[in-house]
Every structure is written in structure tokens, then in C-alpha cells.
Ligand binder design. Structure first.
Ligand code: CMX
Length: 137
């Protein structure tokens, strides 16, 4: 079981198209927009080094992103940590009594296996752990 690196930082935005203007002005390049129906979000990934910035836009008023923006406004929504074996990380966290939102991985953007840890267990920062098929991004 190995922690690899920060996979991405997810930012909740009202409009990917509008927010992209700033990131593109900085020199970021968007990889395209993907809808993740199960999470009720549209996502846009922009690589930097070993990691990425992920812009997240709600596709439904019931989306976690819509609720987040309503409560806290736009801003950093989660930090995702790349691991080599998500099942063993989840088993270890469960054994240690950490409050998980997902006890088994689900499939997120780009086909990654993902799971979230409750923000109440992480000093208020929603943490995602993720495993991707390709080891190099
Ligand atoms: N970061 C930090 N704190 C957060 C948070 C976030 N992203 N989202 C919610 N919270 C806080 C709330 O402010 C609230 O705190 P208080 O009780 O102090 O007010 C607490 O967590 C519980 O929030 P809630 O409003 O009762 O619960 P929600 O119905 O909004 O659910 C959460 C919150 C985290 C359980 C839910 O959003 C979730 O399951 N998230 C995981 C899935 C997800 O976020 N998917 C979108 C991204 C998908 C992708 O990257 O592909």
C-alpha cells in the first residue's frame, strides 16, 4: 500500500466555461469536459506536473457541488490523493475507525477508482483517495 502524490485538487465552480478563462490565462490546458452522471457533476481536468486541477460544476440542484456552493460559495472542494491500491487503503482506514463516505470504491472521472473520507474526520477538508489504471498519468 503506497501513497503516490496529490492526484488533483477539486474546485467547485458555478460555470466551468467561465472559470476556465482564468486558468487558461495562466497557461493551463483543459483536457475536455466529462460528465459523471452518478456524481451529478461535469468535470474538467487541467494537468500540472504530476497532478491536476479539477473544475467541478453541478448538473443538478441536488449535486454535492450545488450544495457546497450554496453553503460555502465557490472554492476548493476536495483534495485527492493517488494511491496504488485503494482497497487496502480503505481497509486500513476502516480498521482505524476513520469515518468513510465510501467503504468500497466507486468509479469517478476518467474511470478512476475513487472513495471519499468524511470532512468531519479530516479537519474540515474533504479527502478523496483514488487509484488509476495507468501509473503514469
Ligand atoms: N469540504 C469540507 N466540508 C464539507 C464539504 C466539503 N467539500 N461538503 C460538506 N462539508 C461539510 C458541511 O459544511 C457540513 O459541515 P457543518 O455540519 O459544520 O455545517 C458537513 O460537511 C456535513 O455536510 P452536510 O451539508 O450535512 O452534508 P451534505 O449533504 O452536503 O454532504 C458530503 C456532504 C461531504 C457528505 C457529500 O458532499 C459527499 O458525500 N461528498 C462526496 C462525493 C462528492 O463530493 N462528489 C463530487 C465530486 C465528484 C468527483 O470529483 O468526481
Amino acid at each position: 500500500m503506497r501513497l503516490e502524490h496529490i492526484d488533483h485538487v477539486g474546485i467547485a465552480v458555478k460555470s466551468i466555461e467561465e472559470s476556465a478563462k482564468l486558468w487558461e490565462a495562466l497557461g493551463f490546458v483543459m483536457e475536455g469536459i466529462e460528465e459523471v452522471a452518478e456524481q451529478k457533476v461535469k468535470t474538467a481536468f487541467m494537468p500540472i506536473g504530476e497532478g491536476e486541477i479539477e473544475l467541478l460544476e453541478a448538473t443538478d440542484p441536488d449535486s454535492p457541488i450545488a450544495k457546497f456552493i450554496e453553503k460555502k460559495g465557490e472554492g476548493i472542494h476536495h483534495i485527492a490523493i493517488r494511491v496504488d491500491n485503494i482497497e487496502s487503503v480503505l481497509a486500513s482506514l476502516k480498521e482505524k475507525g476513520v469515518r468513510l463516505l465510501d467503504e468500497t470504491p466507486r468509479i469517478g472521472a476518467g474511470g478512476a477508482k475513487i472513495a471519499f473520507i468524511h470532512p468531519k474526520a479530516t479537519n474540515g477538508t474533504l479527502l478523496e483517495i483514488c487509484e488509476r489504471n495507468e501509473n503514469a498519468k
